[in-house]
Design a protein around this ligand. Structure first.
Ligand SMILES: [Ca+2]
Ligand SMILES: [Ca+2]
Ligand SMILES: [Ca+2]
Length: 130
């Protein structure tokens, strides 16, 4: 479900302000440090570079369960994710109920900008599996 543009616009302004404070030079991954996501957990963020609201922070356990991303707090907003499981994969789905286009992330992997994979602000549900 698509939500209001005003909210996204406001978040964008906040992002610009933070970037300005940090200076012009983009920080490397090591300078920024690890995204804030515990071992054996799967985390997803509203904004690129693991920024904004961390809408998803769940324990990694393999199952057929479809995990819903909340329709207001996360659907079609996820822009970065960290699969901090050493062994399990995560598959995002473009629609609710683990339907629609899938996107799978391998174990122990992270993506700072889902736009690079054509999946920015698309995910609405996910599965954790082997
Ligand atoms: Ca987003
Ligand atoms: Ca979607
Ligand atoms: Ca959802």
């Amino acid at each position: 479900m698509r939500k209001g543009i005003a909210r996204g616009f406001a978040a964008g302004l906040v992002g610009i302000g933070i970037s300005a404070l940090l200076g012009a030079a983009p920080a490397s991954a090591t300078e920024r440090g690890e995204p804030n996501c515990g071992l054996d957990r799967i985390c997803m963020w509203e904004d690129t570079e693991f920024d904004g609201t961390r809408y998803v922070d769940v324990a990694a356990a393999a199952s057929d369960t479809c995990h819903e991303i909340d329709w207001w707090n996360g659907d079609n907003e996820i822009s970065a994710l960290y699969n901090h499981s050493r062994t399990l994969k995560v598959t995002l789905y473009a629609n609710d109920g683990c339907t629609g286009a899938p996107f799978t992330l391998n174990a122990d992997s992270l993506i700072s900008n889902l736009n690079n994979f054509g999946f920015d602000n698309e995910a609405e549900s996910f599965k954790i599996h082997n």
